[in-house]
Design a binder for this molecule. Structure first.
Ligand code: SF4
Ligand code: SF4
Length: 325
């Protein structure tokens, strides 16, 4: 439930998919609850309402848990410190229901990255400030996944998102659901299916050496489900530029937001920025202070008007195309 968008926009997992999972969990003898921590600039009740999860849970008689208020526990894993909401830790069985989407920063967002929703929103925003390098951020996501590994992931690819995801892209009919006990394996299959190189998703890289054999699948062949065309994000920030080279080229490789003319001056982007790189006078579009920007895309993914375009430095544009696709 990234933010307050209706299900048809393919930004959030469709409630119909979660409804089916809830009913199956009940049939299996479980007492399901629904929980997630969206981005923290919109009231969570507003997110529940718009995404259809408030109605879904009322209809199904299921509790909708506010992870911002349920308490959390601190972890230190692989050198990263983070908090995980207690309901996610205390559940007997954690079922992960991601939407299949592109992501302007991490290329893909599927099962592994979705676990970030177990970290309370107000603390999550800081991750980008603490770990601004993409490879580092990817390892943090991998560490969160290892801390709260789901028993099952059910990915909603009935309608996915292509282009400038996770909120600024367009819906694309993919026509599948994909489920797996192993979230990494599921994401690898999604990469293959969408023709996204596996190494392009920074949170999958820490696992790649362990997944050299083909992922076993049942049901329809995943490759047969591949859409004829699928638009990866246009921004490919040094996806695979090696760390030492990235440090050397430092100021020459960046991505930043550009505020478009149709900005409604709502202020969400400025409030979502973890580094204070956007300032705003009342009623005016925000202004970017480039030196403060870490290129995290938080502003881009929260804009309700799709009024932020992420742009990249000329050097990145030159390497784009050689890195992916
Ligand atoms: S760019 Fe988007 S989020 Fe930022 S103020 Fe304008 S409309 Fe709001
Ligand atoms: S301006 Fe946008 S991309 Fe830059 S640090 Fe702030 S939220 Fe991230």
């Amino acid at each position: 439930m990234l933010t307050d968008r209706t299900p048809d926009q393919a930004v959030t997992t469709h409630p119909a998919v979660v409804r089916a999972v809830l009913r199956l969990a009940r049939e299996a003898g479980g007492r399901p609850r629904v929980a997630d921590s969206p981005a923290n600039v919109v009231k969570i009740e507003q997110v529940w309402e718009k995404t259809g999860f408030a109605a879904l849970c009322a209809e199904e008689g299921v509790e909708l848990v506010n992870l911002e208020k349920a308490g959390s526990k601190r972890f230190e894993v692989d050198g990263f410190a983070f908090q995980i909401a207690r309901p996610a830790l205390e559940a007997d069985v954690l079922i992960n229901c991601p939407k299949v989407k592109t992501h302007t920063l991490t290329i893909l967002t599927g099962a592994v990255k979705n676990l970030c929703g177990t970290a309370p929103g107000f603390l999550k925003t800081n991750f980008h400030k603490l770990y601004p390098r993409l490879a580092e951020f990817g390892r943090l996501l991998a560490a969160i996944y290892k801390t709260v590994p789901p028993a099952l992931s059910v990915a909603d690819g009935v309608w996915g998102m292509e282009g400038e995801g996770p909120a600024g892209g367009g819906p694309i009919r993919l026509g599948f659901l994909a489920a797996f006990a192993d979230a990494v394996a599921l994401d690898l299959v999604l990469c293959d299916l969408l023709r996204v190189p596996r190494r392009a998703a920074p949170y999958l890289r820490p696992f790649l050496s362990r997944y050299t054999a083909p992922v076993p699948t049942v049901g329809e062949s995943p490759l047969g489900l591949a859409p004829p065309k699928f638009r990866a994000p246009g921004i490919l920030r040094g996806q695979l530029i090696p760390g030492p080279l990235a440090r050397l080229l430092g100021p020459l490789i960046w991505i930043r937001p550009r505020i478009m003319e149709h900005c409604a001056a709502c202020g969400r982007c400025a409030r979502s920025c973890p580094t204070g790189a956007l300032s705003q006078e009342p009623g005016r579009p925000p202004r970017l202070h480039p030196a403060e920007c870490v290129g995290c895309c938080c502003c881009h993914e929260i804009c309700p008007e799709k009024a932020i375009r992420m742009i990249q430095s000329r050097l990145l544009t030159l390497v784009k195309g050689k890195e992916i696709g």
